[in-house]
Design a protein around this ligand. Sequence first.
Ligand SMILES: NC(=O)c1ccc[n+]([C@@H]2O[C@H](COP(=O)([O-])OP(=O)(O)OC[C@H]3O[C@@H](n4cnc5c(N)ncnc54)[C@H](O)[C@@H]3O)[C@@H](O)[C@H]2O)c1
Length: 256
Amino acid sequence: MKLDGKIAAITGAASGIGRALARRFHGEGAKALALADISEEALAEVAAEVGGLAIPCDVTKEVDIQNLIDRTEAELGPIDVFCSNAGVCNIGGEDAPDAEWQTNWQIHVMAHIYAARHLAPKMAERGGGYLVNTASAAGLLSHVNSATYSVTKHAAVGFAEWLAINYGGQGVKVSVLCPQAVRTAMTDGREQGVASLDGMMEAEDLAEHVIRAMGEESFLITPHGEVLDYIQGKTADYDRWIGGMQRLKQKYGNGI
Ligand SMILES: NC(=O)c1ccc[n+]([C@@H]2O[C@H](COP(=O)([O-])OP(=O)(O)OC[C@H]3O[C@@H](n4cnc5c(N)ncnc54)[C@H](O)[C@@H]3O)[C@@H](O)[C@H]2O)c1
């Protein structure tokens, strides 16, 4: 799918990857953009920059996602592309408080489910649409220092696979975005950490990968080429892969 003339909605649009996607979609000639985030002030700035409609939204709340979809369709028109992109990253293990586990689950998984619930059937009925769900390379591999992130991003990949299987035949395209480190607020101060082992990608360069992959309607978007090798290594020999990840953990400890 080309973005030219399309109506797109993006969550987590106030910063980082979401903001880069907003700028790039605008540059590609998108007809209208609905930009959603919990951070209202920063969101307003991005919306003003790209002429988008700012819709304050807490993606953990189904009512907010429904409002985002309803307002966008009422004020801009039928949504062609919906990017479920908002995210957080908390460092820690199984001892993270339940509330933190729940927030990660809501943001990384339920938000994607709410968007699909209120939009995928409509897209299917209209004969097409595109859901672009931001997961992470950690959803295919792991983040050695964040259990909440690793687990919920795996679930995000699982849900995107399920959507592609169930809606692909109805003309709804699905992509899952699985980058390694990207220079955003989320990775600020983590340049030397385990996450940026293969380098820190600029958000603008990542947006270029997304545009290309959307053009090809590829399910899996891995802007860092190494990720494909890593997942092949993982599936070829799980124990060897776990051993490699244990060595990585020893080297980087509990840092970021
Ligand atoms: N930066 C990376 O290295 C990296 C790598 C892989 C995947 N990702 C994923 O990319 C996505 C974007 O992250 P980023 O790197 O641009 O980080 P970022 O912190 O720059 O942006 C995340 C945005 O999500 C918003 N957000 C957080 N909770 C929200 C909520 N409940 N409701 C609405 N908005 C909310 C924040 O306000 C922020 O604007 C996330 O899903 C993240 O997990 C990032």
